[in-house]
Design a protein around this ligand. Sequence first.
Ligand SMILES: Nc1ncnc2c1ncn2[C@@H]1O[C@H](COP(=O)(O)OP(=O)(O)OP(=O)(O)O)[C@@H](O)[C@H]1O
Ligand SMILES: [Mg+2]
Length: 255
Amino acid sequence: MNDRKLIGVLNQKGGVGKTTSTTNLGHALARSGQRVLVIDLDPQSHLAPSLGLFKAPRRGTCEWLLDEAPLDELIVHTRENLGLLAAGRRLREFEEMPGSPSERARLLQAALQRDMEDFDYILFDCPPSSGLLVANAILAVDEILVPVTGDYLSLNGLAHLLMTLKRFEPYRDRPMEQWFFLSRFVARRRLSKEVAERLLNHFPERVLSTPIREAAALAECPAAGRTIFEYRRNSNGADDFSNLARDLVERRMMA
Ligand SMILES: Nc1ncnc2c1ncn2[C@@H]1O[C@H](COP(=O)(O)OP(=O)(O)OP(=O)(O)O)[C@@H](O)[C@H]1O
Ligand SMILES: [Mg+2]
Protein backbone atom coordinates (compact mmCIF):
# COMPACT_ATOMS: atom_id res chain seq x y z
CA MET A 1 0.00 0.00 0.00
CA ASN A 2 1.50 3.35 -0.91
CA ASP A 3 0.44 6.65 0.62
CA ARG A 4 -1.55 7.80 -2.38
CA LYS A 5 -4.24 10.37 -1.69
CA LEU A 6 -7.76 9.97 -3.02
CA ILE A 7 -9.42 13.36 -3.18
CA GLY A 8 -12.97 14.10 -4.29
CA VAL A 9 -13.49 17.58 -5.70
CA LEU A 10 -17.03 17.95 -4.54
CA ASN A 11 -19.85 20.45 -4.25
CA GLN A 12 -23.41 19.71 -5.24
CA LYS A 13 -23.84 23.30 -6.34
CA GLY A 14 -23.19 23.68 -10.06
CA GLY A 15 -20.63 25.93 -11.68
CA VAL A 16 -18.49 26.55 -8.60
CA GLY A 17 -15.22 25.52 -10.23
CA LYS A 18 -14.93 21.78 -9.58
CA THR A 19 -13.77 20.91 -13.09
CA THR A 20 -11.55 23.98 -13.38
CA SER A 21 -9.91 23.03 -10.08
CA THR A 22 -9.51 19.33 -10.89
CA THR A 23 -7.80 20.25 -14.15
CA ASN A 24 -5.52 23.01 -12.93
CA LEU A 25 -4.78 21.65 -9.50
CA GLY A 26 -4.06 18.30 -11.13
CA HIS A 27 -1.58 19.92 -13.49
CA ALA A 28 -0.06 22.05 -10.72
CA LEU A 29 0.59 18.92 -8.65
CA ALA A 30 1.97 17.08 -11.69
CA ARG A 31 4.32 19.97 -12.47
CA SER A 32 5.66 19.80 -8.94
CA GLY A 33 6.65 16.18 -9.54
CA GLN A 34 3.67 14.35 -8.06
CA ARG A 35 2.22 11.50 -10.09
CA VAL A 36 -1.38 12.50 -10.65
CA LEU A 37 -4.46 10.83 -12.06
CA VAL A 38 -7.65 12.83 -12.64
CA ILE A 39 -10.85 10.81 -12.90
CA ASP A 40 -14.07 12.14 -14.39
CA LEU A 41 -17.11 11.06 -12.38
CA ASP A 42 -19.34 13.57 -14.13
CA PRO A 43 -21.38 12.46 -17.15
CA GLN A 44 -21.01 16.01 -18.49
CA SER A 45 -17.51 14.75 -19.44
CA HIS A 46 -15.77 18.11 -19.23
CA LEU A 47 -12.43 16.87 -18.02
CA ALA A 48 -11.25 15.44 -21.36
CA PRO A 49 -11.77 18.63 -23.42
CA SER A 50 -10.33 20.70 -20.56
CA LEU A 51 -7.12 18.73 -21.03
CA GLY A 52 -7.18 19.08 -24.81
CA LEU A 53 -8.98 15.90 -25.86
CA PHE A 54 -11.77 17.41 -27.89
CA LYS A 55 -12.70 14.03 -29.28
CA ALA A 56 -13.42 12.56 -25.86
CA PRO A 57 -12.50 8.90 -25.32
CA ARG A 58 -15.50 6.62 -25.74
CA ARG A 59 -14.45 4.42 -22.84
CA GLY A 60 -13.50 5.49 -19.36
CA THR A 61 -14.85 5.55 -15.81
CA CYS A 62 -17.99 3.57 -16.61
CA GLU A 63 -16.03 0.71 -18.21
CA TRP A 64 -13.60 0.62 -15.27
CA LEU A 65 -16.41 0.55 -12.70
CA LEU A 66 -18.95 -1.67 -14.43
CA ASP A 67 -17.09 -3.88 -16.91
CA GLU A 68 -13.91 -4.17 -14.83
CA ALA A 69 -11.92 -3.09 -17.89
CA PRO A 70 -8.21 -2.73 -17.00
CA LEU A 71 -7.31 0.79 -15.98
CA ASP A 72 -4.08 0.87 -17.98
CA GLU A 73 -6.11 0.43 -21.17
CA LEU A 74 -8.36 3.35 -20.24
CA ILE A 75 -5.97 5.96 -18.89
CA VAL A 76 -4.81 8.64 -21.31
CA HIS A 77 -1.43 10.14 -20.48
CA THR A 78 -2.08 13.80 -21.19
CA ARG A 79 0.97 15.54 -19.72
CA GLU A 80 4.11 14.50 -17.87
CA ASN A 81 2.88 12.93 -14.59
CA LEU A 82 -0.76 13.63 -15.43
CA GLY A 83 -3.07 10.78 -16.41
CA LEU A 84 -6.76 11.12 -17.25
CA LEU A 85 -9.55 8.64 -16.87
CA ALA A 86 -12.30 10.23 -18.97
CA ALA A 87 -15.97 9.77 -18.17
CA GLY A 88 -16.71 7.69 -21.25
CA ARG A 89 -19.99 7.83 -23.12
CA ARG A 90 -21.95 5.38 -21.00
CA LEU A 91 -21.43 7.24 -17.74
CA ARG A 92 -24.59 9.22 -18.36
CA GLU A 93 -26.56 5.98 -18.03
CA PHE A 94 -24.93 5.07 -14.71
CA GLU A 95 -27.59 6.56 -12.45
CA GLU A 96 -30.40 4.67 -14.21
CA MET A 97 -28.80 1.24 -14.42
CA PRO A 98 -30.45 -1.64 -12.57
CA GLY A 99 -29.08 -3.11 -9.36
CA SER A 100 -29.16 -2.47 -5.65
CA PRO A 101 -28.11 1.12 -4.86
CA SER A 102 -26.05 0.05 -1.85
CA GLU A 103 -23.97 -2.26 -4.05
CA ARG A 104 -23.71 0.20 -6.89
CA ALA A 105 -22.52 2.91 -4.51
CA ARG A 106 -19.47 0.78 -3.72
CA LEU A 107 -18.29 0.15 -7.26
CA LEU A 108 -15.58 2.82 -7.06
CA GLN A 109 -14.26 1.46 -3.80
CA ALA A 110 -14.10 -2.00 -5.34
CA ALA A 111 -12.42 -0.74 -8.51
CA LEU A 112 -9.74 1.08 -6.52
CA GLN A 113 -8.95 -2.08 -4.61
CA ARG A 114 -8.96 -4.24 -7.71
CA ASP A 115 -6.97 -2.17 -10.12
CA MET A 116 -5.07 1.01 -9.31
CA GLU A 117 -1.66 2.03 -10.52
CA ASP A 118 0.97 3.92 -8.62
CA PHE A 119 -0.13 7.53 -8.27
CA ASP A 120 0.51 10.08 -5.52
CA TYR A 121 -2.73 11.99 -6.03
CA ILE A 122 -5.99 10.83 -7.53
CA LEU A 123 -8.50 13.64 -8.01
CA PHE A 124 -12.14 12.91 -8.76
CA ASP A 125 -14.18 15.52 -10.61
CA CYS A 126 -17.67 15.03 -9.19
CA PRO A 127 -21.00 16.00 -10.77
CA PRO A 128 -23.25 18.67 -9.22
CA SER A 129 -25.80 16.18 -7.92
CA SER A 130 -26.63 13.89 -5.02
CA GLY A 131 -26.86 10.72 -7.05
CA LEU A 132 -25.01 7.44 -7.09
CA LEU A 133 -21.85 8.79 -8.68
CA VAL A 134 -21.41 11.23 -5.82
CA ALA A 135 -22.20 8.43 -3.37
CA ASN A 136 -19.42 6.37 -4.94
CA ALA A 137 -16.99 9.24 -4.44
CA ILE A 138 -18.01 9.85 -0.84
CA LEU A 139 -17.58 6.18 0.05
CA ALA A 140 -14.20 5.81 -1.65
CA VAL A 141 -12.13 8.94 -1.05
CA ASP A 142 -9.83 9.85 1.83
CA GLU A 143 -10.49 13.57 1.57
CA ILE A 144 -12.86 15.98 -0.08
CA LEU A 145 -11.89 19.32 -1.47
CA VAL A 146 -14.78 21.74 -1.71
CA PRO A 147 -14.69 24.88 -3.85
CA VAL A 148 -16.89 27.58 -2.35
CA THR A 149 -17.96 30.65 -4.32
CA GLY A 150 -18.71 34.01 -2.79
CA ASP A 151 -22.42 34.25 -3.49
CA TYR A 152 -25.50 34.20 -1.34
CA LEU A 153 -26.57 30.62 -2.11
CA SER A 154 -23.16 29.04 -1.67
CA LEU A 155 -23.59 28.56 2.07
CA ASN A 156 -26.98 26.93 1.46
CA GLY A 157 -25.26 24.55 -0.91
CA LEU A 158 -22.69 23.75 1.76
CA ALA A 159 -25.38 22.90 4.29
CA HIS A 160 -26.78 20.47 1.74
CA LEU A 161 -23.36 18.93 1.19
CA LEU A 162 -22.75 18.50 4.92
CA MET A 163 -26.09 16.72 5.27
CA THR A 164 -25.16 14.38 2.44
CA LEU A 165 -21.81 13.62 4.07
CA LYS A 166 -23.49 12.94 7.41
CA ARG A 167 -25.87 10.51 5.73
CA PHE A 168 -22.95 8.45 4.43
CA GLU A 169 -20.81 8.61 7.55
CA PRO A 170 -22.06 5.30 9.01
CA TYR A 171 -21.09 3.51 5.80
CA ARG A 172 -17.51 4.72 5.67
CA ASP A 173 -14.76 2.62 7.18
CA ARG A 174 -12.49 5.56 8.06
CA PRO A 175 -12.76 9.28 8.82
CA MET A 176 -12.87 11.70 5.92
CA GLU A 177 -10.83 14.88 5.87
CA GLN A 178 -12.64 17.94 4.60
CA TRP A 179 -10.92 20.88 2.97
CA PHE A 180 -12.55 24.01 1.62
CA PHE A 181 -11.21 26.79 -0.55
CA LEU A 182 -12.58 29.99 -2.00
CA SER A 183 -13.31 29.72 -5.69
CA ARG A 184 -14.10 32.40 -8.30
CA PHE A 185 -13.16 34.89 -5.61
CA VAL A 186 -13.66 38.61 -6.18
CA ALA A 187 -11.92 40.47 -3.37
CA ARG A 188 -13.69 43.77 -3.90
CA ARG A 189 -17.12 42.20 -3.55
CA ARG A 190 -18.55 42.59 -0.04
CA LEU A 191 -20.42 39.28 -0.29
CA SER A 192 -17.23 37.38 -1.17
CA LYS A 193 -15.59 38.63 1.99
CA GLU A 194 -18.65 37.78 4.05
CA VAL A 195 -18.74 34.23 2.71
CA ALA A 196 -15.02 33.89 3.40
CA GLU A 197 -15.50 34.99 7.00
CA ARG A 198 -18.42 32.69 7.60
CA LEU A 199 -16.59 29.76 6.03
CA LEU A 200 -13.62 30.35 8.28
CA ASN A 201 -15.85 30.63 11.35
CA HIS A 202 -17.62 27.39 10.53
CA PHE A 203 -14.53 25.45 9.51
CA PRO A 204 -11.49 26.78 11.34
CA GLU A 205 -8.29 25.01 10.23
CA ARG A 206 -10.12 23.55 7.24
CA VAL A 207 -9.94 26.39 4.72
CA LEU A 208 -6.89 26.28 2.45
CA SER A 209 -5.02 29.54 2.44
CA THR A 210 -5.22 30.50 -1.25
CA PRO A 211 -8.44 31.84 -2.79
CA ILE A 212 -8.75 31.17 -6.52
CA ARG A 213 -9.59 34.54 -8.00
CA GLU A 214 -12.14 35.02 -10.74
CA ALA A 215 -10.03 35.43 -13.87
CA ALA A 216 -10.96 35.61 -17.53
CA ALA A 217 -7.97 33.46 -18.52
CA LEU A 218 -9.23 30.57 -16.37
CA ALA A 219 -12.58 30.71 -18.15
CA GLU A 220 -10.84 30.73 -21.55
CA CYS A 221 -8.66 27.67 -20.88
CA PRO A 222 -11.18 24.89 -21.67
CA ALA A 223 -11.88 26.26 -25.16
CA ALA A 224 -8.14 26.12 -25.83
CA GLY A 225 -7.85 22.63 -24.29
CA ARG A 226 -5.00 23.88 -22.16
CA THR A 227 -4.41 24.28 -18.47
CA ILE A 228 -3.66 27.72 -17.09
CA PHE A 229 0.06 26.82 -16.95
CA GLU A 230 0.05 26.37 -20.72
CA TYR A 231 -2.43 29.06 -21.64
CA ARG A 232 -1.23 31.95 -19.44
CA ARG A 233 1.74 30.89 -17.36
CA ASN A 234 2.26 34.32 -15.82
CA SER A 235 -1.22 35.06 -14.59
CA ASN A 236 -3.17 35.29 -11.37
CA GLY A 237 -4.85 32.00 -12.23
CA ALA A 238 -1.53 30.15 -12.61
CA ASP A 239 -0.18 31.68 -9.38
CA ASP A 240 -3.35 30.81 -7.49
CA PHE A 241 -3.40 27.18 -8.59
CA SER A 242 0.34 26.70 -7.88
CA ASN A 243 -0.25 28.10 -4.41
CA LEU A 244 -3.35 26.03 -3.83
CA ALA A 245 -1.42 22.89 -4.77
CA ARG A 246 1.21 23.80 -2.16
CA ASP A 247 -1.55 24.47 0.38
CA LEU A 248 -2.89 21.00 -0.21
CA VAL A 249 0.48 19.26 0.02
CA GLU A 250 1.77 21.29 2.96
CA ARG A 251 -1.59 21.71 4.70
CA ARG A 252 -1.42 25.49 4.69
CA MET A 253 -4.58 26.96 6.15
CA MET A 254 -6.19 30.36 6.10
CA ALA A 255 -5.74 32.06 9.48
N1 LIG B 1 -11.68 31.27 -11.13
C1 LIG B 1 -12.43 31.37 -12.22
N2 LIG B 1 -12.43 32.51 -12.96
C2 LIG B 1 -13.20 32.62 -14.07
N3 LIG B 1 -14.01 31.66 -14.52
C3 LIG B 1 -14.05 30.51 -13.85
C4 LIG B 1 -13.28 30.29 -12.67
N4 LIG B 1 -13.54 29.05 -12.22
C5 LIG B 1 -14.44 28.51 -13.06
N5 LIG B 1 -14.75 29.38 -14.04
C6 LIG B 1 -15.70 29.20 -15.14
O1 LIG B 1 -16.98 28.97 -14.58
C7 LIG B 1 -17.69 27.96 -15.25
C8 LIG B 1 -17.98 26.82 -14.27
O2 LIG B 1 -16.73 26.27 -13.85
P1 LIG B 1 -16.54 24.70 -13.72
O3 LIG B 1 -17.03 24.01 -14.93
O4 LIG B 1 -15.15 24.46 -13.29
O5 LIG B 1 -17.53 24.44 -12.52
P2 LIG B 1 -18.11 23.05 -12.01
O6 LIG B 1 -18.33 23.20 -10.54
O7 LIG B 1 -17.26 21.94 -12.47
O8 LIG B 1 -19.50 23.01 -12.78
P3 LIG B 1 -20.52 21.75 -12.80
O9 LIG B 1 -21.17 21.76 -11.48
O10 LIG B 1 -21.45 22.04 -13.94
O11 LIG B 1 -19.69 20.53 -13.04
C9 LIG B 1 -16.81 27.54 -16.41
O12 LIG B 1 -17.19 28.27 -17.53
C10 LIG B 1 -15.40 27.94 -15.96
O13 LIG B 1 -14.57 28.24 -17.05
MG1 LIG C 1 -17.76 20.21 -13.52
